[in-house]
Ligand binder design. Structure first.
Ligand code: CA
Length: 252
C-alpha cells in the first residue's frame, strides 16, 4: 500500500509479566472499549494475568491514554465514539509502534481491515471468551518479542532473493522488482516464514503456530485474510494455494 510507513518492530520492556520473582513493574495493557461491562471484564481478567490495565471508553481518551501510559499492548474496539478504532490505531501507531489487538463485530470486518493495513497486529471477533482473549494477548506479546529477537539476529544478513522478490530481514523491507512494498509487521512475518522454506507448502495450522504463535487452529481464517492482503500488495502470482493443504511460495 502506497504511503504506508515502514513499521518498526515494537520492543517489549520485560520478559515475564506474571513471574513473581520478577520485581520489575508489570507489562501495561490499554483497553479502549465503550461497552463498560465488556471493558471491565477484560480489565479484570488481564489484571488477573498480571498486567497493569488502563481502560478508556472513547477514541480521543484512548489516544491520550496511549501517550500518557505508553502501554506494551492495546486492546482496541473498532466501533468507538469520538474516533473509531482505525483512527485510534493510526494515531497511536504514528507516535510509537505498539502491538494492537483489534476487537471487531463480524468476521468479514476483519477481512476488510486486514486489507486496509491499519496497523493492527491481530483481530478478535465478538463475542469471544476471556480465555481466548488472554491466549491472543499472550501470543501477540510472544510474537512481538520473537520478531524483535529475529530482527536483531538477522542484522547484517544479506537480503534473500526469490525471483524478483527481495526480502531484507534485518531491515524488515520487501521489494518486488524495482518497487519497495510496505508490509505490516504480521504480513512481513508471514512472508518471511513462507520464504524460510521456499519449496515447502505450509498448512494454515503451521503458519498460525509459526507466525502468530497460536497453539490451536481456531484462527485459520486469519491466515487466509493475511494471505489475501499479501497478494493484493505483492501480486496474485506470488503465493500459491494448495487446496486442502495450505500455502506456499511460487518459486521460479
Ligand atoms: Ca463499541
Amino acid at each position: 500500500m502506497r504511503g504506508h510507513r515502514p513499521h518498526p518492530v515494537p520492543t517489549l520492556r520485560r520478559v515475564h509479566p506474571t513471574d513473581p520473582r520478577d520485581a520489575a513493574p508489570p507489562l501495561t495493557v490499554l483497553v479502549v472499549e465503550d461497552e463498560p461491562t465488556l471493558a471491565e471484564a477484560v480489565a479484570v481478567r488481564l489484571r488477573g494475568e498480571g498486567f497493569a490495565v488502563h481502560v478508556r471508553g472513547d477514541g480521543p481518551a484512548g489516544v491520550a491514554a496511549a501517550t500518557e501510559h505508553r502501554p506494551d499492548l492495546v486492546v482496541l474496539d473498532l466501533m468507538l465514539p469520538g474516533y473509531d478504532g482505525l483512527e485510534v490505531c493510526r494515531r497511536i501507531q504514528a507516535e510509537r509502534p505498539v502491538p494492537v489487538l483489534m476487537l471487531t463485530a463480524r468476521d468479514d470486518e476483519t477481512d476488510k481491515l486486514v486489507g486496509l493495513a491499519v496497523g493492527a497486529d491481530d483481530y478478535l471477533t465478538k463475542p469471544f471468551s476471556m480465555r481466548e482473549l488472554v491466549a491472543r494477548v499472550h501470543a501477540l506479546i510472544r510474537r512481538v518479542r520473537r520478531a524483535a529477537e529475529l530482527a536483531s539476529a538477522d542484522v547484517g544478513v544479506p537480503p534473500q532473493r526469490i525471483g524478483d522478490l527481495e526480502i531484507d530481514r534485518s531491515g524488515r523491507r520487501v521489494r518486488r522488482g524495482e518497487l519497495e512494498v510496505h508490509l505490516t509487521p504480521i504480513e512481513f512475518d508471514l512472508l518471511a516464514c513462507l520464504a524460510r522454506q521456499p519449496q515447502a507448502v505450509l498448512t494454515r495450522e503451521q503458519l498460525l503456530a509459526q507466525v502468530w504463535d497460536w497453539a490451536d487452529a481456531s484462527g485459520t481464517r486469519t491466515v487466509d485474510s493475511h494471505v489475501k492482503a499479501l497478494r493484493r500488495k505483492l501480486g496474485p502470482d506470488l503465493i500459491r494455494t494448495v487446496h486442502g493443504i495450505g500455502y506456499g511460495l511460487e518459486t521460479p
